[in-house]
Design a protein around this ligand. Structure first.
Ligand code: SD4
Length: 286
């Protein structure tokens, strides 16, 4: 059993994952719940409380992928739903499709009993204020990261990865990032392990880094080696240019964790035998 999450704010989700895994729950239920409850605390901006697009409307991307073949569901540019990861799970379980966007995703959610919230309720005080500043200064003053990626390996060896985000702050309406795209924001294979990405999704999606990390692990790399190699490959391909922001996490089915990043990147992890969740920081400025 093990779990890993992106950024410092993944700690409560990874702690929740730890206790659910120890209670014997399966990886998919754990990922869905840990990512969604996290949203409900209002601390994290991966659903309700997210940054809005430039018209002031919160639009979220979320996805969930099991290690078993074909088990993937995602939503993109979804409005008015506080816990987008729960809708992604329903897409995986109940829809003949894999990715639903915009109004279609909203109708699907409502048909399955999700109650849409008015946009004012989707914003938090913090994100509303940030939006007002954005309007006044006509540029984004927001820095920092807001995507929760979470991987869990359960007692039976099932591995599941989920990603949830309100995307780039003040993005264009309809913009979709890397997070809900399989192979880009996330990837899982139950014979190998799983990976998730965070950062500049408009760039990340051009490199399929999560798929690449899993492929390298399949060929024998440790999660850390695989994440480092994928980052190095991207850096080589953009030769000379400063690398865009990207953070990668990975977990293999042995419970080994790895990460790589082009920016300061805190992540949190736990594995069986550890008494509590630990935080590590990559590329920390000295
Ligand atoms: C996106 N990759 O929508 C996301 C943003 C992100 O931390 O990861 N922020 O581009």
């Amino acid at each position: 059993m093990a779990a890993v999450g992106t950024w410092s704010f993944s700690r409560p989700a990874v702690e929740r994952t730890m206790s659910m895994l120890l209670a014997g729950q399966n990886a998919t239920d754990v990922v869905e719940t840990a990512m969604s409850d996290d949203v409900d605390t209002g601390r994290h901006i991966v659903g309700r409380g997210g940054y809005p697009n430039f018209k002031g409307v919160v639009e979220c991307d979320a996805a969930i992928m099991e290690g078993l073949p074909g088990r993937f569901g995602a939503v993109a540019a979804l409005r008015g739903i506080a816990q987008p990861c729960r809708v992604a799970r329903k897409v995986m379980d109940r829809s003949p499709h894999s990715l639903l966007v915009g109004e279609g995703a909203e109708s699907f959610a409502q048909e399955l009993g999700f109650i849409p919230e008015p946009n004012e309720k989707m914003l938090s005080e913090h994100t509303d204020t940030a939006y007002q500043e954005f309007l006044e200064k006509n540029k984004s003053v927001v820095s920092g990261h807001d995507t929760l990626g979470l991987i869990a390996l359960d007692l039976s060896g099932n591995i599941t990865v989920g990603v949830s985000t309100s995307g780039a702050p003040f993005k264009s309406p309809g913009r979709v990032g890397d997070s809900p795209l399989p192979g880009c924001g996330l990837y899982a294979d139950h014979t190998v392990g799983a990976a998730a990405a965070t950062g500049d999704g408009d760039k990340i999606m051009c490199y399929c880094p999560s798929f690449h990390v899993v492929q390298l692990m399949r060929q024998g790399s440790s999660p850390n080696e695989a994440c480092q190699a994928v980052l190095a490959d991207i850096q080589r391909r953009i030769s000379g240019d400063t690398c865009f922001e990207i953070g990668l996490i990975a977990l293999n089915i042995k419970g080994e964790v790895g990460a790589a990043s082009s920016v300061e990147f805190p992540y949190t992890f736990w594995k069986q035998g550890m008494g509590s969740v630990e935080k590590l920081v990559l590329n920390q400025a000295s």
